[in-house]
Design a protein around this ligand. Structure first.
Ligand code: SF4
Length: 484
């Protein structure tokens, strides 16, 4: 017996095939997947080690039953003004979960709806709108094999999006890496250009003068090194401008590709970005928000301005720093127990298929939202399964990588920037984010070596940022995190 599904970690979206013979399970890369053609990085290869080994798995809702937990939530949602309530979603959720959460927010009148995708994606969304008139991703992974030059800027793809980097290395393209440190990607590139922090705009503006850029079919690939800075939108636009000026756009092998972080960061980017005047980080800093429902993410670990929220509700599959701080914890199905879709970096819809029953009393995220919606008297939340939701979403999955777009040059000024503190938490090849899942794999734990150079930047930066806060080291990642 074998099942096909999709890796739940990064925005590459590798297909995997799981087979079972008696009590023995086997996991391999899906050779038929157009994304990875059978390749998997070490995180994907060790996914089965994270199943059944989680001593912190959440299996029962707070107060001991779903009826009691939902009743408590009804009380919270009906005694607060709507603008005091927020839903904070995640790129780990499936399209169906995001759709139902947004439908619920609209039906109940909650404007404060965001996803953690906003943190890394918003600059790209705005830049795309300025350049193309819409948030369009006009390239695909196939373009990697059609490019003559591949510029990797602000991205350690070799560690963070390994299968995309494998494609890049398998291609015949000349690979140029631009970064502030000699990352794994830099070491494997044909040309490494080291820039000082905050000086990359000068280099981006000069790209149209570089032979390796202007006279070749060039594909640029970037991630958070570009998008998490004070003028990130300008940087992305400057990069797109360089492609427009050299004609390196809207042709096979040419264009600009943002590597999305989480498996469904793209879906969350489309569904949950900018629905209110508050930003995602403001949800956790403003006193306006009294009740917040966090689904599938760990802001106590990751939000530098997290403050104690009065009524914190958290849906997750395992114990995290955020669930430890929560008033209500709702156990959700893990990756192996959920059905639905994700959308990867190239905007391809991919299917996740459950191959195990829900652990304990855990439920899919969408089902929990429906429980609350029905308890609040809302109609249209009686789906039998994820397929019902997908039908209602009525998405055209016809995928067109080459989209003709309106192109307009945005006038970019190189700003003088002084005393900028680079804030960037790198991702390790062998671990995923806060390690709540990968930290439970024996192989990955064994393989994880701390890169002292990178982590020292992170710690110093955070020590400065957290100087007025009480900080503890996270159990798995050993990164500084807020104390409750
Ligand atoms: S590259 Fe990303 S999607 Fe592919 S196996 Fe690795 S973590 Fe999973």
């Amino acid at each position: 017996m074998s099942f096909k599904t999709t890796c739940p970690y990064c925005g590459v979206g590798c297909g995997i095939e799981i087979s079972r013979s008696g009590s023995a399970w086997q996991l391999i890369g899906d050779r038929d997947s157009p994304v990875n053609q059978g390749m998997l990085c070490i995180k994907g290869q060790t996914l089965l080690e994270t199943i059944g080994t989680d001593k912190e798995r959440l299996v029962t809702p707070t107060f001991g039953s779903w009826d009691k937990a939902i009743a408590k939530m009804v009380a919270l949602f009906t005694t607060k003004a709507k603008d005091e309530i927020a839903l904070y979603l995640s790129g780990q959720l499936l399209m169906e979960d995001l759709f139902v959460a947004k439908k619920f927010a609209n039906a109940f009148g909650i404007k404060n709806l965001e996803s953690n995708s906003r943190l890394c994606m918003y600059s790209t969304v705005e830049a795309n709108k300025r350049a193309y008139g819409d948030d369009i991703v006009p390239v695909s992974f196939d373009d990697i094999y059609k490019a003559e030059t591949i510029l990797i800027i602000g991205s350690n793809a070799a560690d963070c999006h390994p299968i995309v980097f494998n494609h890049i290395k398998k291609s015949k393209a000349f690979v140029v890496c631009v970064d502030v440190y000699e990352s794994t990607t830099a070491k494997k590139a044909d040309l490494f250009i080291k820039v000082e922090p905050a000086s990359d705009m000068v280099l981006i503006n000069d790209l149209p003068n570089q032979d390796w850029f202007k006279n070749k079919k060039t594909l640029s690939v970037y991630s958070q090194g570009l998008t998490q800075s004070t003028d990130a939108t300008e940087k992305v636009n400057a990069l797109i401008n360089a492609h427009i000026k050299t004609g390196n756009i809207n042709k096979p092998g040419c264009g600009v590709l943002s590597l999305t972080g989480q498996c469904n960061a793209m879906g969350a980017r489309e569904i949950g970005i900018r629905t209110s005047d508050l930003t995602a980080t403001e949800f956790f800093s403003t006193k306006q928000i009294k009740t917040i429902w966090v689904m599938g993410t760990n802001p106590v670990h990751s939000m530098i301005n997290y403050r104690k929220i009065k009524n914190l509700i958290v849906s997750d599959f395992t114990q995290t720093l955020t669930t430890k701080n929560a008033d209500i914890v709702l156990p959700v199905c893990s990756w192996s127990e959920k059905n639905g879709h994700i959308k990867n970096s190239e905007r391809r819809y991919l299917k996740q298929n459950a191959f195990l029953p829900p652990a304990g009393e855990s439920k899919p995220d969408w089902e929990i939202v429906c429980l609350l919606a029905r308890a609040l008297g809302l109609e249209g939340f009686d789906y039998e399964n994820a397929d019902d939701i997908w039908q209602e979403m009525n998405i055209d999955t016809t995928w067109t990588p080459q989209i003709k777009v309106r192109e307009s040059l945005v006038n970019i000024q190189v700003q003088e920037r002084k005393n900028q503190t680079p804030v960037n938490n790198v991702r390790l090849l062998t671990q995923w984010h806060g390690m709540t899942r990968t930290g439970k794999s024996k192989t990955l734990r064994k393989m994880t070596k701390v890169n002292k150079e990178v982590v020292s930047i992170h710690h110093i930066t955070n020590r400065e940022l957290f100087k007025d806060k009480e900080v503890e080291l996270d159990k798995y990642s050993k990164q500084p995190c807020f104390k409750g």
